[in-house]
Design a protein around this ligand. Structure first.
Ligand SMILES: NC(=O)C1=CN([C@@H]2O[C@H](COP(=O)(O)OP(=O)(O)OC[C@H]3O[C@@H](n4cnc5c(N)ncnc54)[C@H](OP(=O)(O)O)[C@@H]3O)[C@@H](O)[C@H]2O)[C@H](O)CC1
Ligand SMILES: [K+]
Length: 467
């Protein structure tokens, strides 16, 4: 798996990181020691590429710069040709100690010349505003003319807590110190960070937010049967192809039994997919009285007319765990939080950015607005994108940022909705992250230019990789 983001790693905001660091100091670890560990972690990664090449280390005015001086010294001790380009003069505390320990060549940042390897130690979690034009232009120039660029903790010019673009250049590698930050996995920060390497430098980092990990996926219990593995009912609508993709995806995502409820029996498709006639909302409501249903999926290809709305209301009024996708989200709109909060059964929403913004307002990064939406609606929110944020009502969150770019093709959202239905049926709300992992892994296995149908075929292969 081309792992750009390490899996299952805690994600901490700048403030939480500083608190974790402070706790370390209180526990007796000196800041110099932490800075040495940080610098050693970055130097180790830089060495993989830097052998025999000239190195330019950018040292900023704070502790990110302090780390940079450690990196410079360690690389020079290994015999590399290292120059430091420094922004500002005397530092404070540990950063000043490290500056004084550096006895190699130092130039002022504005006099820096490009070298083969660039180490970016200008700014890390202290990034508080857009890079000035001169620093941004110089940074982009030096990165562009390097053969390999590596960022200390974060690329300079990335918003730590929201991944905002504050002038960052695109680095080849970023070494995340102590924990991931939202800036590594969201928006412009995900792009600027390049390949992210997690460096555990001995700072205990508890968090209710993590990067996505491969799900535990035990085979069904020996005594399981199609109902105990979960019956998923997918509601068909105006565009039956979308709901059929969702239904087939649920079948391959581990559900024990999948029903498709619609007006017209499909003339093709897997025989294992059971069709139930539901010519209108009333007949759908009757079908939904079946207590064997473990999860309901509505939205893919549903339509937005009065009949579609009536079907959606029947699904919302049912007591079943429910996945709402596509047209159902558009019809819910701003009423989502209020309408869903009353539901007792588990509810999962799978909006893309446009659908999300029609349902939930709020400023702040994708992570914070999605967590707030989950809290207000009482639903699990799967806020899709190259950086998919999954948030639960109790505050937990997971970010998936390894998805294949080839997922940008019609029908992959329908496939994800079906996978969420299967995982909801098999393992409840906590199993939803597994659907996103399977979807992303199946896309990697499907290779370039796949169609949504090919994606479904890879889901069992991805499942097979889970322990
Ligand atoms: N977390 C850990 O386990 C460890 C982290 N370390 C490293 O420390 C940095 C964070 O260091 P900090 O000193 O808090 O901040 P920075 O070095 O990122 O930034 C330094 C100062 O720069 C100023 N600033 C912010 N944005 C800009 C800008 N756009 N242009 C110019 N200057 C800017 C800001 O000061 P102001 O007073 O001007 O706001 C910053 O304080 C972390 O990333 C790690 O690399 C430890 O060394 C090891 C353990
Ligand atoms: K940096």
């Amino acid at each position: 798996m081309t792992q750009r983001i390490p899996s299952g790693v805690p994600i901490l905001t700048a403030e939480a990181m500083r608190a974790a660091e402070q706790a370390c100091f209180v526990a007796g670890v000196a800041q110099d020691e932490l800075m040495e560990r940080a610098g050693a972690a970055v130097a180790r990664e830089a060495l993989r590429f830097a052998k025999g090449r000239a190195v330019l280390v950018l040292a900023g005015p704070g502790n990110n710069g302090g780390d940079a001086y450690v990196v410079a010294r360690l690389l020079a001790e290994r015999g590399l040709d290292v120059t430091v380009a420094a922004l500002g003069g005397e530092r404070k505390g540990a950063a000043e100690t490290m500056r004084q320990r550096w006895d190699g060549p130092t130039v002022a940042l504005q006099d820096a010349e490009p070298r083969a390897v660039l180490v970016d130690g200008l700014f890390g979690t202290g990034m508080s505003r857009t890079l000035s034009d001169d620093v941004r232009e110089l940074l982009h120039y030096l990165v562009k003319h390097s053969e390999f660029s590596i960022a200390i903790d974060l690329p300079s010019g990335v918003g730590t807590d929201d991944g905002a673009d504050l002038g960052a250049a695109h680095m080849d590698v970023t070494v995340a110190l102590g924990a991931l930050k939202p800036g590594h996995v969201l928006g412009a920060g995900l792009i600027a960070s390049g390949h992210v390497i997690y460096a555990d430098i001995g700072i205990p980092c508890a968090s209710d937010c993590h990067s996505i990990a491969q799900p535990e996926q035990a085979a069904p219990a020996r005594d399981s049967h199609k109902y105990s593995r979960g019956l998923v009912l997918v509601v068909e609508g105006a565009m039956p192809g979308a709901s059929r993709l969702a239904a087939r995806s649920a079948l391959h995502g581990g559900a024990g039994y999948v029903m498709l409820a619609g007006a017209n029996q499909p003339d093709r498709g897997p025989d294992a997919l059971v069709f139930r006639k539901a010519a209108n909302a009333d007949s759908l409501a009757t079908l939904l009285e079946d207590e064997r249903i473990a999860a309901l999926v509505i939205g893919p290809g549903l339509g937005r007319d009065a009949e579609s709305r009536a079907r959606m209301e029947a699904a919302l009024d049912s007591e079943h765990p429910l996945v709402l996708d596509g047209d159902a989200l558009t019809m819910l709109g701003e009423a989502a939080a209020e309408r869903l909060y009353r539901r007792k059964a588990a509810t999962v929403l799978t909006p893309h950015a446009g659908e999300f913004s029609r349902m939930f307002s709020g400023d702040g990064g994708k992570l914070s607005v999605t967590r707030e939406a989950a809290r207000r609606s009482g639903a699990v929110i799967v806020h899709k994108g190259p950086d998919t944020v999954i948030a639960w009502p109790d505050g937990r969150a997971v970010v998936a940022a390894n998805g294949s770019r080839w997922l940008s093709t019609a029908g992959t959202g329908d496939v994800l909705a079906g996978l969420c239905g299967a995982r909801l049926a098999v393992g409840g709300m906590d199993a939803i992250a597994g659907a996103i992992w399977l979807h992303g892994r199946a896309a990697q296995l499907a290779g370039p230019a796949f169609a949504a149908d090919d994606l479904i075929a890879q889901v069992p292969v991805a499942l097979g990789e889970c322990r």
